[in-house]
Ligand binder design. Structure first.
Ligand code: ADP
Length: 269
């Protein structure tokens, strides 16, 4: 085999592993451009931390993946499926709602506010979507829920209501509820930001556990630098709508190159 064809094969294998791909993505709200020419490839199982000052575009990046925002230009793909466009006879046409719903099914998201249904037990919170969206039987959904609630250490709380749990416990339920759907990609938007400081640790611990299992592709927006350093395979530093630095946690967090990143990290010391 010639050197050239070997290289092509390596490239193809690498491409096959990519589960999330942003290509030349621009996002503007009115005249304000909030993301500019974003290109990101995330491999299956990779853990990505997005860091950067408030307003730099981190949430918009993951909201577009969740199909809550549409890019102004460019394309986004998840697991080989175009989010906003699909290929029909080799041409890109705008995706319909049915297509988007299908793609959304492969993505889970946990927000800063845990948004559990207050009038439902913890078990019901975790089984509603698998029953109604995935079409699982009650029994199957319950089994999955127990498995995930055990993973987050809350299997004994199935009959309780959200208000009976602490904020940290509620956020752990929200994580379990998302995992029950067995998403290919999990998005976490500052999941500890609304918690009292003493409750942050238990939620990060759960995320560390999920990350260490290695299967789930994760994108996390976080201001917890120690956590990002431990969990992430790659860190992206967003600044004014662009990726200003990226690399391993050691490169980005321990050895920042630009003054902007040094200043940003300085706030956490
Ligand atoms: P971050 O997550 O880094 O704090 P965001 O992605 O939330 O940043 O926001 C990036 C920029 O986009 C901010 O200037 C914000 O005000 C603006 N923005 C976000 N959502 C909207 C919206 N729906 N309409 C107008 N501007 C928005």
């Amino acid at each position: 085999m010639s050197e050239t064809s070997e290289k092509v094969n390596v490239l193809n294998d690498a491409e096959k592993d990519v589960i999330v791909r942003y290509r030349n993505v621009k996002k503007a709200f009115g005249d304000t451009v909030v993301l500019n020419d974003l290109n990101i490839d995330i491999k299956q199982g990779e853990k990505i931390a997005l860091i950067g000052p408030s307003g730099s575009g981190k949430t918009t990046i993951i909201r577009m993946l969740m199909t809550l925002e549409q890019p102004t230009e460019g394309t986004i793909e998840v697991d080989g499926q175009m989010l906003w466009h699909k290929e029909v006879n080799g041409e890109l046409v705008t995706a319909d709602e049915k297509h988007l719903r299908k793609v959304r099914g492969s993505i889970g998201m946990v927000f800063q506010q845990y948004n559990l249904f207050p009038h439902m037990t913890i078990m019901k919170n975790c089984t509603e979507a698998p029953i109604h969206v995935l079409g699982l039987s009650k029994q199957e959904a319950k089994e999955r829920a127990i498995k995930m609630l055990t993973k987050v250490g809350l299997a004994d709380k199935v009959d309780m209501y959200p208000a009976q749990l602490s904020g940290g416990q509620q956020q752990r339920v929200a994580i379990a509820r998302s995992l029950v759907m067995q998403p290919k990609v999990m998005l976490f938007d500052e999941v500890t930001a609304a918690l009292d400081p003493e409750l942050v640790g238990e939620v990060l611990e759960v995320l560390r556990d999920i990350a260490s299992e290695g299967e789930t592709t994760m994108m996390l927006i976080t201001h917890e630098m120690d956590f990002a350093r431990d969990v992430a395979d790659r860190v992206f530093f967003l600044d004014k709508g662009s990726i200003a630095e990226q690399g391993t946690p050691d490169e980005v967090i321990n050895h920042p190159k630009t003054e902007r990143l040094q200043t940003f990290l300085g706030r956490f010391n």
